[in-house]
Design a protein around this ligand. Structure first.
Ligand SMILES: *[C@@H]1O[C@H](CO)[C@@H](O)[C@H](O)[C@H]1NC(C)=O
Ligand SMILES: *[C@@H]1O[C@H](CO)[C@@H](O)[C@H](O)[C@H]1NC(C)=O
Ligand SMILES: *[C@@H]1O[C@H](CO)[C@@H](O)[C@H](O)[C@H]1NC(C)=O
Ligand SMILES: *[C@@H]1O[C@H](CO)[C@@H](O)[C@H](O)[C@H]1NC(C)=O
Length: 352
């Protein structure tokens, strides 16, 4: 028997064929819960052999015999030994932060994070150890602070709340200003961010605009060929019957450019020799429009004939920068009709 076992141990192949005849006489190394430990590494046991069981590190035994015996029939005696994982204490809450864990048993982990504006001081994770203690102490969430906001040259900041000492808390805001004539370039608002730094500091610069440009058919309130300061304005006007379109004045902007300048739009003449028009609520013969000039954007109506219904109707036309398009339906009367039958012109007969 002794020799046989040795043989088994040395040569598993031989064992496989012989075990069918010898099975009653050996116990295989038992398969037990992963949390249970047993002596040695031996794989085959003679009847009568004893095996001492224990709980693995991090597990606590509850009930049941800790010893099993190999019976003559090749079966081990029963054990009701159970090993339950050690428990770590419930973790304390983290002020100004959160902790995440699923369990507090051996090998569980806790993850710690801080709220925005706080930084973690200490370990960000803890593991429940075999002896039922957490591997690291509860960390702390310390508020983020910024140093005082940087001040641009020729500038200043006004905090939205009173600042004590030479640090500010996360979330503190303020507004920058530049001393005239310096102009603030960038964002006037500042904030102490969650990373402990201030948002981008603006700059205070002197802004000038080049001399303003002339406009065609117009004049300017200032002809000075000098640089103009930020916010300075220049007014424009138009000559004669030209009409200003756009804004009456331009302003020197923060970027050193003038705001958009206006333009002067040309008047129109109504391109007919004979006929009546409706202009500014008055019905008049074209020869009575003296001079034959209407201004940009003005509306002049001409009369057309509805031949089917034998009635006349007014069709509006607008002067746009020197161009007034006569409606296609307008028919200029011949001299004869105009002079002797003017009462039959579309402007004179019944209106549709
Ligand atoms: C803790 O963080 C790790 C790594 O980010 C992650 O895999 C794990 O699921 C987290 N555990 C919990 C309980 O949130
Ligand atoms: C628990 O185990 C850890 C790691 O082995 C050790 O550092 C710590 O001192 C132990 N704590 C107690 C209370 O035994
Ligand atoms: C902040 O003020 C304290 C004393 O009030 C001083 O010791 C410290 O150097 C100052 N820190 C900075 C960055 O100015
Ligand atoms: C100023 O105007 C010029 C010409 O119109 C333009 O090219 C330039 O981009 C403008 N500058 C700024 C800062 O807007």
């Amino acid at each position: 028997m002794e020799r046989m076992l040795t043989l088994f141990l040395l040569c598993p192949f031989v064992f496989f064929t012989t075990v069918t005849t010898q099975q009653d006489n050996v116990c295989l190394r038992p398969e037990l819960a992963a949390s249970i430990d047993m002596d040695g590494i031996q794989r085959y046991f003679r009847p009568g052999a004893e095996l001492v069981l224990s709980c693995k590190q991090g597990y606590t035994p509850v009930s049941g015999p800790r010893r099993i015996v190999c019976s003559a029939n090749g079966q081990w005696t029963k054990t009701r030994l159970m090993c339950i994982p050690k428990l770590c204490p419930y973790p304390d809450p983290l002020s100004n932060g959160e902790l995440y864990y699923e369990d507090t048993v051996y090998q569980s982990t806790i993850n710690y994070t801080c709220h925005e504006g706080y930084v973690l001081s200490g370990a960000s994770t803890a593991v429940c150890q075999a002896n039922g203690t957490w591997s690291t102490a509860v960390p702390e969430c310390k508020p983020v602070s910024c140093s005082l906001a940087p001040i641009p040259k020729f500038g200043m900041i006004t905090y939205d709340k009173r600042i004590r000492g030479n640090t500010t808390d996360f979330g503190v805001t303020g507004t920058y200003k530049c001393l005239p004539p310096y102009v603030l370039i960038g964002n006037a608002r500042a904030e102490c961010t969650a990373s402990g730094t201030w948002t981008k500091t603006p700059e205070c610069q002197v802004v000038t605009c080049p001399p303003p440009e002339k406009i065609d058919k117009g004049y300017m309130s200032s002809q000075d060929q000098r640089d103009y300061d930020y916010m300075e304005t220049v007014r424009y006007g138009c000559l004669g019957d030209y009409v200003l379109e756009g804004s009456l004045q331009i302003v020197c902007q923060q970027n050193g450019n003038w705001s958009e300048k206006p333009s002067c739009k040309a008047p129109c003449s109504v391109g007919i020799q004979r006929g009546r028009i409706l202009y500014k609520g008055r019905k008049l013969w074209i020869k009575d429009l003296k001079p034959n000039t209407v201004l940009h954007k003005d509306i002049v109506s001409l009369y057309c004939m509805n031949k089917a219904r034998n009635c006349g109707y007014a069709v509006p036309a607008q002067c746009i920068d020197g161009r007034l398009i006569i409606p296609e339906c307008f028919e200029q009367p011949g001299t004869l009709d105009y002079n002797f039958h003017s009462s039959s012109l579309p402007s004179e007969i019944e209106q549709c």
